[in-house]
Design a protein around this ligand. Structure first.
Ligand code: HEC
Ligand code: HEC
Length: 426
């Protein structure tokens, strides 16, 4: 069992809570005992199915499985290899490396608060934590097992597992029970009670002045809340939707890739989509692989921003090394491409405003990862002058008129707002 705040078990809240939710009545007492400040009871109730929480024995089994390299084909990789429990539950590589040193196409997201995701994976190809856990074990470049039957056979041959599954489930190892145990372990990892949560709860001194300015910018000039939505009932900083914010846009011919993939993707074949996402260039199509809707080309899930300093590098491909790089990307309005989300606009943020926004994001670190988060922030700050994504002229609207409402429009001439550049005379 993990210790400290994370180690407590959150109990399903039972029938009265569910009835209150259905009737629209405010849940009494908001936060269940032992549940971290900042994550609401309503969020818990809509996210955790009653049977998904698991008994302490199931959770302990799940933790053992999560950390056990024997789940992989050659005993070299566990879930924890790519989701390191002591380092924010990520691997800190741009993209993850699995069995036989094979490198995938996607960055490892954190397990912290994954229990609240409406969909799992950057493209949402799995709905539940149970469905999610079954995929990496079978992915040829992650854990490399050939089939669920192979995994069952291997674990049945390990007496401690055979006995534990018999004791808990009354039968020998099955793939479904294994996924359920891992999911129950992951559901122990509600992570909040950060300085920001204490600030929202009324402690005005829980965050400093730069972070307060950053929070105002996050809601205002920075436009972040339009996607990283926050409310006291849904305190995740995610709208749980998918957007193209132009991350790999400069390297990708989306139209060509989309045509190729539309021809081969078998809708609903999650194993195939998993392989295309982790192993091929089609990874960049994002949500499109799941829906085949053109509007989803290059769109990825809005990730939570909780514990964000502790989970570098950033984005689905790990292409942004620091939070300053992330801010530079947003400040210039992302990278233009035909499917860029309408919410992406250049922001005209000054250097000190960028520092304030990073300071705000650093207040979203929970106590359980605070020490590591502090170390990470110092490391990122030391790299503050390496800024491959920075383009101040574009960010300030001095260059690259995209037909958008530039940050410093000519207010005296409203007809010019959003005007396209003049057509060059040939
Ligand atoms: C080789 C590295 C690797 C291994 C091993 C691995 N993962 Fe992951 N995990 C990833 C990557 C990369 C993603 C994102 C892939 C994507 O979205 O396409 C991911 C996604 C996830 C997510 C979704 C989180 C979210 O925010 O959407 C969960 C949960 C998760 N992994 C749990 C597990 C569990 C449980 C195991 C073991 C059964 C495991 N992972 C094994 C690398 C790995
Ligand atoms: C149009 C919606 C949208 C807006 C506006 C937006 N984001 Fe995001 N954000 C996303 C999506 C989607 C991703 C993942 C994109 C990807 O990987 O391709 C993301 C990723 C991130 C990440 C990296 C998370 C990780 O785990 O790798 C950070 C940090 C972030 N956003 C912060 C911000 C900040 C700060 C702002 C405001 C300046 C902002 N975002 C505005 C949708 C948005």
């Amino acid at each position: 069992m993990s210790r400290g705040r994370r180690g407590r078990r959150w109990h399903a809240l039972g029938v009265p809570g569910a009835v209150a939710l259905l009737l629209g009545a405010p849940a009494s007492g908001d936060v269940p005992p032992g549940y971290p400040l900042g994550l609401s009871r309503v969020l818990y109730e809509i996210s955790v199915p009653p049977e998904g929480a698991g008994s302490p024995e199931v959770v302990a089994l799940g933790e053992k499985l999560f950390n056990d390299k024997r789940l992989s084909v050659d005993d070299s990789v566990s879930c924890a290899t790519c989701h390191e429990p002591t380092r924010g539950f990520v691997d800190h590589k741009p993209t993850s490396v699995g069995v036989r040193d094979q490198t995938g196409k996607r960055n490892s997201p954190t397990i912290l608060n994954a229990m609240f995701n409406a969909d799992q994976f950057w493209d949402g190809r799995a709905k539940t934590l149970e469905d999610q856990a079954k995929l990496p074990i079978l992915n040829p470049i992650e854990m490399g097992q050939a089939s669920p039957a192979d995994v069952e056979k291997k674990l049945r041959g390990i007496p401690e597992y055979s006995a534990a599954f018999q004791r808990i489930y009354g039968r020998d190892v099955t793939y479904d029970d294994l996924a359920a145990a891992i999911a129950a372990f992951e559901r122990q990892h509600a992570s909040a009670d950060s300085p920001f949560d204490r600030f929202v709860a009324g402690d005005a001194n829980a965050i400093d002045a730069p972070a307060k300015r950053g929070w105002a910018l996050f809601n205002g000039k920075g436009r972040c809340t339009s996607c990283h939505a926050f409310s006291t009932t849904r305190g995740l900083f995610s709208d749980q939707k998918f957007h193209n914010i132009g991350i790999a846009a400069h390297e990708t011919d989306f139209i060509d890739l989309a045509r190729k993939s539309a021809a081969i993707v078998r809708s609903g074949d999650v194993d195939q989509i998993d392989r295309l996402a982790i192993e091929t260039d089609m990874s960049e199509l994002g949500r499109f692989l799941v829906t085949k809707q053109p509007a989803d080309i290059g769109a990825f899930k809005t990730p939570t921003l909780r514990n964000i300093v502790a989970t570098a590098p950033y984005m689905h491909d790990g292409s942004l090394a620091t939070l300053w790089d992330v801010m530079d990307h947003y400040n210039k309005g992302g990278v233009p491409n035909p499917f860029l989300d309408g919410g992406m606009q250049r922001l005209g943020l000054t250097e000190s405003e960028i520092d304030d926004m990073v300071a705000f994001m650093a207040t979203l670190t929970s106590d359980d990862v605070a020490a590591f988060g502090k170390q990470e922030l110092a490391r990122q700050r030391a790299r503050k002058n390496v800024r491959p994504e920075r383009d101040t002229d574009v960010a300030m609207g001095k260059k690259g008129n995209l037909g958008d409402l530039a940050p410093n429009p000519d207010q005296k001439n409203p007809a010019d707002l959003g005007a396209l550049p003049p057509v060059p005379q040939l």
